[in-house]
Design a binder for this molecule. Structure first.
Ligand code: UD1
Ligand code: UDP
Length: 369
């Protein structure tokens, strides 16, 4: 029986984490699928960390990352280079993930080549085109050109219907991030950092474009105030490699005894670190999905989110980037045990670990030859 040629395209760390389980699922069924992997390498080091963890070997590596790259050149590079990949790989279907520029431009490029596209993690929305920027519109564009919409939750299915996507093209699958987390968590101990076991650990990450400049400086100032006012806490902050993050973070937070700045952690030690943390502060999308299932309170350094489910359950709270507000909300969790307990219920609105299998089954049912 002829196999279905599936070309999976991704380029950044979160896409890789969320697409790797799907690539593994396709590879488990070699009688049904020929799995072809293309990485744009919009991220280089942070992508390679994930490829090695999941032992994914790309068939195409576009190697496009440039120092402090901009959206225009990134979009143009992906759009053009994917054309050549499509001509060489001749896939039956292209899979993209989420809301990055790699996803949007690869989906558009496939559409120009008239190849059907499946969108993994479709339908998330804030309905505000500048938050998150440019991700909200990247996702809308990808949804517009895709044929198969793999939506993680009921809310994302509803959002797709509101965007006039035909019901029969929407599939609720859960989020593959939970497949990845279950595969990884417990595989590795938290990384070797000189942590004081008697202190409460706050784990944080931040990298959003809309937080560059004053907001990220406010976040850092809040961290400084928190460690000064609370001798019983320490902060672990794996710093994103974007120079717009590296510079202010190392400038403001470097050299403090209870603030541990590290390189981006590999996914397995990072998930172990999430498990170990007392509180998580982040503007990351993926971390908002993972931490609630580990029973960790999450304070989100943003004012809106396209992932409202865990906010509704009460384990995730939007606190924005105002310094005083961040300090108040963290101290509330440190000092009020009822508040802490309420936010640390383990809940998981995002998936059951079987999303990749569902997506592979849907692809097979629709595309078998
Ligand atoms: C990108 C995505 C964002 C996603 C984030 C995940 C877009 C527009 N943005 O943002 O949606 O949430 O990834 O982390 O698609 N860099 C390195 N090495 C790396 C990775 C990044 O040096 O492995 C540096 C480079 O200087 C690069 C810069 O970071 O130019 C920015 O990378 P880019 O992918 O453009 O933006 P992110 O902020 O990472
Ligand atoms: N992550 C990681 N190492 C780190 C920080 C984050 O492996 O040092 C993982 C995290 O668990 C999540 C993903 O990276 O799965 C989120 O990526 P990021 O925050 O860069 O992007 P976003 O999800 O906001 O698009």
């Amino acid at each position: 029986m002829p196999k279905i040629r599936v070309l999976t395209v991704f380029g950044t760390r979160p896409e890789a984490i969320k697409m790797a389980p799907l690539v593994k699922e396709l590879e488990k069924n070699p009688d049904k699928f020929e799995s072809i992997v293309c990485v744009t390498a919009q991220h280089r080091q942070m992508l390679d960390q994930v490829l090695s963890l999941f032992s994914v070997k790309p068939d195409y590596d576009l190697d496009i990352m440039k120092e402090n790259q901009n959206l225009w050149s990134l979009t143009a590079d992906v759009l053009l280079k994917m054309k050549e990949v499509f001509e060489s790989a001749n896939p039956d279907i292209v899979l993209v993930h989420g809301d990055t520029t790699t996803s949007m431009a690869a989906a558009l490029s496939a559409f120009y080549a008239k190849i059907p596209v499946g969108h993994v993690e479709a339908g998330l929305r804030t309905f505000d085109k500048y938050y998150p920027f440019p991700e909200e519109i990247n996702r809308v564009f990808a949804d517009a050109v895709c044929t198969y919409h793999f939506a993680p939750t009921d809310t994302s299915c509803e959002n797709l219907k509101k965007s006039s996507i035909p019901q029969e093209h929407i599939y609720k699958t859960g989020n593959t991030v939970i497949d990845a987390l279950l595969y990884t968590v417990g595989q590795a101990k938290a990384p070797e950092i000189d942590l004081d076991e008697n202190l409460k650990t706050i784990l944080m990450t931040s990298h959003r474009r809309e937080n560059f400049g004053k907001p990220i400086r406010n976040i850092c100032k809040a961290v400084l105030e928190l460690v000064d006012r609370n001798p019983d806490i320490q902060v672990v902050y794996p710093v994103h490699l974007n120079p717009n993050v590296q510079k202010p973070v190392y400038e403001l937070l470097g050299g403090h005894e209870r603030i541990h700045l590290t390189a981006p952690m590999e996914y397995a030690p990072f998930s172990a670190m999430m498990k170990k943390a007392y509180i998580i502060m982040t503007d990351s999308g993926g971390v908002q999905e993972e931490a609630p299932s580990l029973g960790k309170p999450v304070l989100v350094l943003r004012t809106t989110t396209e992932r409202p489910e865990a906010v509704e359950y009460g384990t995730v709270k939007l606190v924005g980037t105002d310094k005083d507000k961040i300090v108040t909300e963290v101290e509330k969790l440190l000092r009020n045990s009822d508040e802490y307990k309420k936010m640390s219920e383990a809940i998981n609105p995002y998936g059951d670990g079987l999303a990749s299998k569902r997506i592979a089954d849907i692809l097979y049912e629709n595309l078998k030859k």
